[in-house]
Design a protein around this ligand. Sequence first.
Ligand code: CU
Ligand code: ZN
Length: 368
Amino acid sequence: MKMRAAVLEEFGRPLSVQEVDLQEPAAGEVLVRLEACGVCHTDLYTASGADPSGYVPTVLGHEGAGVVESVGDGVSSVRPGDHVVTLFSPQCRECIHCLDPRTNLCLKIREEQGKGHLPDGTTRLSRDGEPIRHFMGTSTFAEYTVMPEIALAGIDPEAPLDRACLFACGLSTGLGAAMYTARVTEGSTCVVFGAGMVGLGAVAGCRLQNAGRIVCVDLSAERLEMAREQGATDLIAGDGNTVERIIEMTDGFGADFTFEATGLVQVMEQAVETARMGWGLCTIAGVAGKGETLEIVPRLLITGRRIAGSSFGGVKGRDQVPGLIDRYMAGEINVDPFISHDLTLDEVNRGFELMKAQDGIRSVIHFN
Ligand code: CU
Ligand code: ZN
């Protein structure tokens, strides 16, 4: 079939919205008609050429939600008409990692996905017979996508898809960092560094875990106000004294749980330093640039601080995204404030400009 999609032709250039070909789903695959897709930093990072593992041409986009149109042979977990959230982090439910509760890093299709292929090593996307690669196994800056069944989470059909799409990446990453990676405990003190999509999600996750105190650090007063709406109890405008201030406000000890959601290694250092002596857990959810390193004074570790990394918030997508959406539908998570701009597919490059200007939290593309 023919469809419109935003193609990255060349790194550092605007995406080109054009007509491309999409083949029918093969065995184990599903054709999804996209309703909405968030514009995330990872899309911009790849488009800029900064990611050395990037490739072109490719259709970007990975924060999608839509409706199942048709399914390939052997697909049993979703059917036409089902509402789904796309998962760049799939869950096969069979590999050694899927069977272990300690990680969400499914191994099943990792290698081919990293190359921009579907699991059988080919692409369904093409143009004039030339293959176009699938970005993050999702390619959701498009009217339709073909994805493996194991990379789709079936959700409540009542959930608005232009809100549900945020659970495909940023929001679940933040919520999950608090709920599944750190497993924040009741009454605990938490510090969240960064009040972008992931940080605000982490604030909400700490609140859902019944944390006693939630401190949020950011440079923007506007974003800190959003953090307050999501449940932050203390707001800090970051400056040279951030670490001292946090240590001071926690009786000289530091916090039970800290979260890093900026991707800046200097901030990661602060998140480690402000974790409490004895048992403080620092969860790194931000993605640092390739080649950057994090310096840690070993004394901080020997005195009981721990560090955990969190990819997609440790969320096992097919099992746990539907439950997060249910909590949103129950009124426990306020998603609306995160959506600052509604765009059409043709305006996708404006979504990147808004992100670079730090204007708003999320732009969402609507496909009809
Ligand atoms: Cu993302
Ligand atoms: Zn797996």
